[in-house]
Design a protein around this ligand. Structure first.
Ligand SMILES: [Zn+2]
Length: 144
C-alpha cells in the first residue's frame, strides 16, 4: 500500500482501538471523537477508499452487519434513535479514506439547535468501557 491507512493498521493490530466486534467481513470499533457516547464505526476488513470502490457483494456484507450492531449500540446507551452515515470523499467529510459506516446513537433532546451535537474527546479507558458495554449487547449468533 502506498500510504499507511489508519484502519488497515488497526486491522493488522499495529494501532490500538476500542474493539466491539470482529469477524471475517467487518471490524466494529468506537469512534475516537464521538458525536454522542456509543458512536460506533463499522469497517470492512478489506480496504476500499470509498463505497464506489466496493463490489456490490462486499457492500451487502458491510450493510448486513449494521442493524445488529445498531441494535446493540441503542441498547447499550439507551438511545431514542440512531443515525447511520457513510461519508465519501474529503468534500463529504470523510476523514479516513477506508470505507466506514457511522452508527450514531441519538437522544430526543441532544440537538436543540437542529445541528449535530459537538464531537467529544473521551479517554481511551472510557472508549474501552463503552466497547465492552456494546459488546455485551451483541447476541453472538446474530451479530452479523
Ligand atoms: Zn485501509
Amino acid at each position: 500500500m502506498a500510504k499507511p491507512c489508519i484502519f488497515c493498521s488497526i486491522l493488522a493490530g499495529e494501532l490500538p482501538c476500542a474493539q466491539v466486534y470482529r469477524d471475517k467481513d467487518v471490524l466494529v470499533i468506537m469512534d475516537k471523537y464521538p458525536i454522542n457516547p456509543g458512536h460506533t464505526l463499522v469497517i470492512p476488513t478489506k480496504h476500499y477508499d470509498t463505497l464506489l470502490d466496493m463490489p456490490q457483494a462486499e457492500v451487502g456484507k458491510l450493510y448486513a452487519s449494521v442493524p445488529g450492531i445498531a441494535k446493540a449500540v441503542v441498547a447499550a446507551v439507551g438511545a431514542d434513535g440512531f443515525n447511520v452515515g457513510q461519508n465519501n470523499g474529503i468534500a463529504a467529510n470523510q476523514i479516513v479514506p477506508h470505507v466506514h459506516v457511522h452508527i450514531v446513537p441519538r437522544f430526543i433532546d441532544d440537538s436543540p439547535d437542529g445541528k449535530w451535537p459537538a464531537r467529544r474527546v473521551p479517554t481511551a479507558e472510557e472508549l474501552q468501557k463503552m466497547a465492552q458495554k456494546i459488546k455485551g449487547k451483541i447476541p453472538t449468533a446474530r451479530a452479523k
